[in-house]
Design a protein around this ligand. Structure first.
Ligand SMILES: Nc1ncnc2c1ncn2[C@@H]1O[C@H](COP(=O)(O)OP(=O)(O)OP(=O)(O)O)[C@@H](O)[C@H]1O
Ligand SMILES: [Mg+2]
Length: 554
């Protein structure tokens, strides 16, 4: 080892290179300076490469750069050796440095050639610019296409909307024309029979007209339900109790071919909704299930207390995450194809033959649940049966559930008045005339007003008024609710019965005690019974307002 070291650094055996140049100072320094400058330059190149490689982390073929750096470093070293050997004959070291340079240059030369095609395939800046330009063009084109697509989508949605509105209008017009035909024809026949002095034979037409009006009322009721505008009477309802109460009805509806399972999973939560309407929609669902299982099957009605997250209520306008009672109606029937499923909630959409379905069941359900603050989910596929899930918000501060609709007064034993004074506020002259006449028939004294200011004029006087019946939508700048509130300032216990065609914003929120609602159209005896019930509900110790006698027929 020592011998090898000595051989390398023992210069005595040779003459330095300067000797060959006869120690000519000009020649010596020409060589020395030139080699030193070349060596320095060569050394700076690997530094630049190193810096480049560090800044370009995404560099491909990084190893060839390292090889270049080694090769150039070695080249630089040979030049520094040339300077050294001018004065010191370190020819072994000089040779070894050259050998390293030779090896590095061989490796670089050999590896560079096969790499060349791959290096050439790397995108040049101009190629990148071209691709970039093409991409920008494509993006512009895509944005243009997107705008056209959105425009087409908007047009399609608009035309679908128009189609749905057309279907709705057509459906209503069709059904109403039939009903108007029946009512108009009946009235005409009554007129004829009475004119002929055969009044006793008019009864069948009275009957036909009344039944048709009931059908028309049921139709508008379902439409209002879809529009989320039906007058609801929400109460605290225990769904399990309500469903258990319907069991017998459901069994009769489904017939013997269908197995019925009620799964009330011990849910304890109550909901705030109109129990009559909830019964209606559940009955509609069981009828749908029955129609979907003509050869029998299984109907399951299940309830569960569930908590819905933000993700569960996404896209359900107005619905909030939180506690809900889930009511599922599951059948093993035919199921729905994609088109039926997509349109099932549309009013008048039905796949049933004429006379068997109006296409209002699910739309009514949808409107009712949404109006009650809940949401509906529909799962169905051909051959897989159908599951409809209703989610009604939990009624947190419920006391005792009242499940059954209370105090409607419908079918109350007595309708007759004992001369109590009723203020009737209604802008539609015919409606007012008929209702006033009926109330008088039932034994009430009736004061009539065609708008809010006229009603307030009476209420602010000393005239006796025991109860007010008022329409909600009124001309004259005051709606029925505002008239009622103003009336209560002067007559704090005055019972108020609202009669309304639909539940608009005026009826939103809780009504004060002693205020009730009845939906138009109502049967006149139902109106009278309701008036009677409300009058009887006034506590005996409440002082009646100051009164002056009314002339007969107010
Ligand atoms: N359980 C079900 N299984 C299969 N299809 C159903 C089911 N429920 C509803 N459908 C489909 O959805 C359509 C609309 O139902 P919806 O209850 O609104 O109207 P309808 O039952 O046809 O008529 P209506 O309820 O007014 O008597 C039905 O005609 C039927 O095609
Ligand atoms: Mg139905």
């Amino acid at each position: 080892m020592q011998a090898m070291f000595d051989a390398l650094f023992e210069p005595s055996a040779f003459s330095p290179h300067g000797f060959c140049l006869l120690w000519d100072p000009g020649l010596i320094w020409l060589h020395a300076l030139s080699d030193a400058v070349i060596g320095l330059c060569y050394f700076s190149i690997p530094l630049a490469l190193l810096h480049f490689a560090r800044r370009r982390s995404d560099l491909e073929f990084r190893w060839i750069l390292w090889l270049f750096a080694l090769f150039i470093l070695a080249c630089g070293s040979t030049h520094f050796m040339a300077v050294a050997t001018l004065w010191v004959p370190l020819y072994w070291i000089d040779g070894i440095v050259k050998l390293i340079t030779a090896l590095a240059s061989i490796a670089t030369a050999i590896l560079l050639w096969p790499l060349l095609p791959r290096l050439l395939a790397l995108p040049s800046p101009s190629a990148l610019r071209l691709v970039n330009d093409q991409l920008s063009l494509q993006m512009e084109e895509r944005e243009g296409n997107l705008a056209i697509l959105q425009e087409h989508e908007a047009l399609l949605r608009q035309s679908q909307k128009m189609e749905a509105v057309g279907q709705l209008t057509g459906g209503i017009a069709h059904d109403f024309n039939n009903m108007l035909q029946a009512i108009g024809g009946s009235l005409e026949m009554m007129e004829r029979r009475i004119g002929q002095g055969r009044s006793s034979e008019a009864e069948q037409f009275v009957d036909a007209a009344r039944k048709t009006v009931e059908r028309a009322a049921a139709l508008t009721h379902r439409l209002l339900a879809f529009a989320r505008r039906q007058p609801l009477q929400p109460r605290s309802v225990d769904p399990d109790e309500l469903i258990a109460g319907m069991e017998e009805l459901i069994r009769r509806t489904m017939g013997p071919g269908v197995t019925i399972e009620l799964r009330m999973n011990d849910g304890v939560w109550t909901v705030l909704c109109d129990p009559n309407q909830l019964e209606n929609v559940l009955l509609n669902l069981t009828i749908n299930a029955r129609d979907a299982m003509p050869d029998g099957g299984r109907l399951t009605i299940a309830t569960n207390d569930v908590t819905l997250s933000e993700a569960d209520v996404v896209g359900q306008e107005g619905a909030r995450p939180g506690a809900y009672v889930e009511i599922s109606v599951i059948d093993t029937g035919t199921g729905m194809d994609a088109t039926t499923k997509a349109r099932a909630f549309e009013p008048f959409f039905t796949t049933k033959p004429i006379g068997q379905g109006t296409g209002l069941g699910l739309s009514q359900l949808y409107g009712f649940v949404r109006q009650s603050g809940g949401i509906v989910r529909l799962d169905s596929a051909p051959g897989q049966g159908t599951t409809v899930r209703l989610y009604l918000p939990r009624h947190a501060d419920a006391d005792e559930p009242e499940t059954k609709a209370a105090g409607s007064g419908q079918g109350a034993a007595s309708q007759s008045g004992a001369g109590e004074a009723v203020l009737l506020v209604e802008d539609e002259a015919n409606v007012r005339m008929v209702a006033a006449e009926a109330l008088r028939d039932f034994g009430y004294r009736v004061l009539e007003a065609a708008d809010g200011p006229a009603a307030l004029h009476v209420l602010h006087s000393a005239v006796r008024v025991d109860l007010m019946v008022t329409d909600v939508g009124l001309p004259g700048g005051l709606n029925g609710r505002q008239v009622a509130d103003a009336a209560r300032e002067r007559r704090p216990v005055l019972p108020v019965l609202f009669i309304t065609g639909y539940a608009g914003p005026a009826l939103e929120g809780q009504l004060a005690p002693g205020m009730e609602v009845i939906g138009k159209p109502f049967a006149l005896d139902v109106l009278a019974a309701r008036v009677r019930a409300m009058l009887e509900a006034i506590p005996v110790n409440e002082a009646r307002p100051a009164t002056i006698p009314l002339p007969p027929h107010g």
